[in-house]
Design a protein. Structure first.
Length: 98
């Protein structure tokens, strides 16, 4: 991988590829897809934690969770870059907790 991607770039990529389908599906059903991906990530993390990691699958599950999160942000009109800036960078952000 030679090219770095920004959060804004990733959110735009997801919007370009999937916005029509995702917005037609709606927020509730799209959230269920995200929840399913969290479950798959939990399973992959469990394998990692037990000493039997499948690193390719683990990376895919992290990517899927991020993609579905970006999808929800897109269909609700949230700019993730701005949200992250406002929460974690602006005014020094919170310390010690998330």
């Amino acid at each position: 991988m030679n090219e770095k991607m920004t959060i804004e770039g990733f959110q735009s990529l997801i919007k370009e590829r999937y916005f029509a389908t995702d917005s037609a599906r709606g927020i509730s059903k799209t959230y269920l897809w995200l929840a399913e991906e969290y479950g798959e990530l939990a399973h992959a993390l469990g394998k990692f934690d037990s000493g039997e990691p499948d690193m390719e699958n683990l990376a895919e599950e992290f990517a899927d969770v991020l993609a579905w999160l970006a999808t929800l942000a897109n269909i609700t009109g949230i700019d993730l870059t701005q949200a992250i800036h406002d929460k974690y960078i602006k005014d020094g952000g919170p310390e010690g907790t998330k």
